[in-house]
Design a protein around this ligand. Structure first.
Ligand code: BTN
Length: 253
């Protein structure tokens, strides 16, 4: 089972940037960077991730998975499961997943996952798995553009927001379990759990927005590579590995 070596910093531009640097310099599987604040937190698809204050859990983990780069999508799915399980364990809030790895409570995003990696000859060398969880709202509340879209654990935990160290240990513990399953090839079990957590998406009509196009279709299933299989409204069935997905015909949330 994976064990962790945790480095804590007060402030960094991005824990993922730092984890990537450490991975490139040879940091082993299980190296963790946790920051109280990020000055340039990064989200998926080149977006910023608001994390300039110490109101969340901002961490990145270096993994060196013994599998091909093609399976990399399952690492993000697995990290989403780990975050959702940790949130349920520490707050009892019902956290679910929106493909690929957004964690939602009550339809609003409470956590996100960003996986960046390096591979050679289709073999994954390392992955920097970034997880951001909004523990409390930022001072003054979420900015206008995120209202109704983002939420925090404090707003859903009857007993109050969890202690960030307790949450960190819960996330890492769950990540170790999921990673172990992936390394042992128990992909189907992980896929099944992700599918259960994605019940609000699977079987529903969704709008897919990728870098090049936007279309509607039915979200059919998750495949063994973590891709979302969509039956497009034009009847074609496609597997999507990188895009935004929103329920119905609206814009991504
Ligand atoms: C997303 O939902 O778009 C992914 C957000 C990932 C944010 C985390 S916070 C810790 C780590 N460092 C970063 O710069 N990003 C990730």
């Amino acid at each position: 089972m994976l064990s962790f070596d945790i480095t804590r910093v007060d402030e960094v531009d991005s824990t993922n940037r730092l984890a990537r640097e450490m991975a490139s310099a040879g940091a082993p599987d299980g190296t963790v960077v946790v920051a109280a604040r990020q000055t340039a937190g990064r989200g998926r698809l080149g977006r910023p991730w608001q994390s300039a204050g110490d109101y969340g859990l901002w961490l990145s983990v270096v993994l060196r998975p013994p599998f091909e780069a093609e399976r990399g999508g399952m690492i993000g799915i697995g990290a989403g499961i780990a975050a959702a399980r940790a949130i349920r364990d520490t707050t009892s809030a019902r956290a679910i997943l929106k493909w690929p790895n957004d964690v939602l409570i009550g339809g609003e995003k409470v956590a996100g996952v960003l996986v960046e990696g390096s591979s050679v000859d289709s073999q994954l060398l390392w992955a920097a798995v970034g997880i951001g969880i909004n523990v409390c709202p930022p001072e003054g509340g979420f900015p206008l553009e995120l209202r109704g879209i983002a939420t925090s654990l404090a707003e859903h935990a009857p007993a109050g927001a969890p202690d960030r160290d307790v949450l960190l240990m819960a996330v890492l513990g769950q990540l170790a379990v999921v990673y172990d399953a992936l390394c042992q090839g128990r992909v189907r079990r992980i896929r099944e759990e992700a599918s259960e957590l994605m019940q609000a998406t699977l079987g529903r009509h969704v709008t897919v927005t990728s870098a090049t196009e936007r279309y509607g279709g039915e979200a059919l299933t998750l495949d063994d590579w973590g891709r979302l299989v969509i039956r497009r409204d034009d009847g074609n069935v496609v597997s999507v590995s990188s895009a935004d997905v929103s329920l119905g015909s609206g814009f991504p949330r």
